[in-house]
Ligand binder design. Structure first.
Ligand code: NAD
Length: 476
């Protein structure tokens, strides 16, 4: 079904493109038009990729760690040199405003660079034991890592996983989301351009239930990193347990912000605006529930409404504040959550409509008066929608912020240092930001409490995840 109007991309295995068992279309969500035809890897593509990765991995692991680091630095440089092109590729496939996409391409390079610097620092320990023995530990690579990546930040999430995996001497097979495979496929090509040995990084596009499941369930896979929804994460996690391989699950969120009466309101409004506009709210850590102290509620609400009403909306390539949602299905889901909330008595302070234009756009929306247990307050809407709630005291704010099955991320806005510490300690989330939104770097660990995930990505912790410990004890 190759469409002559669109470019064609194959499966990236062993340093080159191959045909797949079938193909699928990638569309531009700003127009609904097809932009590429991509090979569906299927079982054959997965088989080829795993064979290639398993062939390449022992030599990659045996390489002098400094040389492995040098190659990863070259890879990071190649990504940074192509940040503009990569940003455009991703904007065309997932709709993200181009300024954000280029920024994420640069961040993807930063991840590879950070882990390039760690190849020579993966150290074991000497363990005190009695008598004439010498006991020590070694951190050894696991083998081949399967990386399942979603569509919302494909370059960054790909590099967040392959950076530590490759640095530790593993090979990787990446399965990008069918909505956004073009950026990760380009990363495969750039790895080859940077002289990474063939087979160290392979990219197998395709859908989840065929290509994704074939990859995660293959006995030649030694580790699975999954980033995506809770329900798919549960499926992948069960497969990992059946095959007894380590897994990192990076899942969804329903992040709260708590704005106290002494907060810098301007900063808090700016934080909420970032959450609303970054990838149109289709971000795992997006702030979706904003709790504002009753003394400042009206002031915050008016300032937020004014900011939201000045947002520019348009195709990502024109670098608006807000781009489209990724797909017709994604748009339908957002509409249903908002309609249901309004039917049940909540009000839209602003937005709540689909603009009259092509593509999958939704107006930035602020909802007031939704119950804490309404679906819009509890489930991932994944769109430019924020709920406002009023609270009276600190304990109430923390209790309501924690009243969710998720625990990925939270923000706290206050100028009282003691309160900042108390609330950060009391929040059930893997990351808590005080007086800022985002604040994320390759060196800061990231992951979920509760249903938001298992394991930690980023930082030195990721090196531990992608290695297995061996104890050696020598009698002398
Ligand atoms: P999804 O779970 O539908 O898909 C994620 C990936 O899994 C895709 O590549 C998909 O093709 C693949 N997949 C689907 N079924 C599979 C199966 N049976 N076996 C193997 N792979 C399979 O999620 P999505 O809608 O693409 O992404 C949005 C979700 O991702 C949201 O819940 C969001 O919060 C979450 N997310 C989490 C993080 C994080 O770091 N915690 C980051 C970004 C997105």
């Amino acid at each position: 079904m190759q469409d002559e109007r669109t470019e064609y991309r194959g499966v990236y295995v062993n340093g080159e493109f191959h045909d797949g068992v079938d193909s699928f279309r990638v569309e531009n969500p700003a127009t609904g038009e097809p932009i590429a035809t991509v090979a569906e890897s299927g079982e054959q593509g997965v088989d080829d990729a795993l064979e290639s990765a398993n062939r390449a991995q022992p030599e990659w692991a045996a390489m002098d760690p400094a040389d492995r680091g040098r190659l990863l630095y070259r890879f990071a440089e190649a990504i940074a040199d192509h940040a503009e092109e990569l940003g455009e590729v991703v904007t065309r496939e997932n709709g993200r405003p181009i300024g954000q996409s280029k920024g994420l391409a640069d961040s993807a390079a930063d991840y590879i660079e950070y882990y390039a610097g760690l190849t020579t620092k993966i150290e074991g320990e000497t363990v005190p034991v009695p008598g004439t023995q010498q006991a020590f530990t070694r951190k050894e690579p696991l083998g081949v890592s399967a990386q399942i990546v979603p569509w919302n930040a494909p370059l960054l999430l790909c590099c967040r996983g392959i950076g530590p995996a490759l640095a530790a001497g593993n090979a990787a097979v990446v399965k990008p989301a069918p909505e956004a495979p073009l950026g990760p496929l380009k990363l495969g090509e750039l790895a080859t351009e940077a002289d990474l040995p063939d087979g160290v990084l392979n990219v197998v596009p395709g859908d989840g239930v065929t290509t994704g499941a074939a990859l995660t369930d293959d006995p030649r896979v030694d580790e699975i990193t999954f980033t995506g929804s809770v329900s798919t994460g549960q499926t992948v996690g069960k497969t990992a347990i059946d095959n007894v391989v380590p897994t990192a699950l990076e899942l969804g969120g329903k992040s709260p912000a708590i704005v106290f009466e002494d907060a810098n309101l301007e900063g808090a409004v700016e934080g909420a605006m970032k959450a609303l506009t970054l990838m149109s709210g289709q971000v795992c850590f997006a702030t979706t529930r904003v709790f504002v102290h009753e003394a400042r509620y009206d002031e915050f609400r008016d300032a937020l409404r004014e900011a939201v009403e000045s947002v520019s909306i348009g195709p990502g390539i024109e670098n608006p504040d807000l781009g489209p949602l990724v797909s017709e299905a994604g748009l339908g889901k957002v509409r249903r959550y908002v309609e249901q909330a309004l039917e049940n008595g909540a009000t839209a302070l602003t937005g709540g409509r689909t603009p009259d234009r092509d593509g999958y756009f939704y107006e930035p929306t602020v909802i007031e008066g939704a119950d804490d247990d309404a679906p819009i307050s509890r489930e991932e809407v994944f769109g430019p929608v924020i709920n406002l709630y009023e609270f009276s005291d600190e304990a109430e704010a923390v209790r309501r912020a924690n009243d969710t099955e998720f625990g990925l991320y939270a923000t706290v806005w206050t100028n009282d240092l003691g309160r900042a510490h108390r609330v950060a300690n009391g929040i059930e989330a893997g990351s808590v930001m005080v007086n800022q939104y985002s604040g994320s770097y390759p060196q800061t660990p990231f992951g979920g409490h509760k249903k938001s995930g298992l394991g930690r990505e980023k930082g030195m912790q990721a090196i531990d995840h992608y290695t297995q410990l061996k104890t050696v004890n020598i009698e002398y």
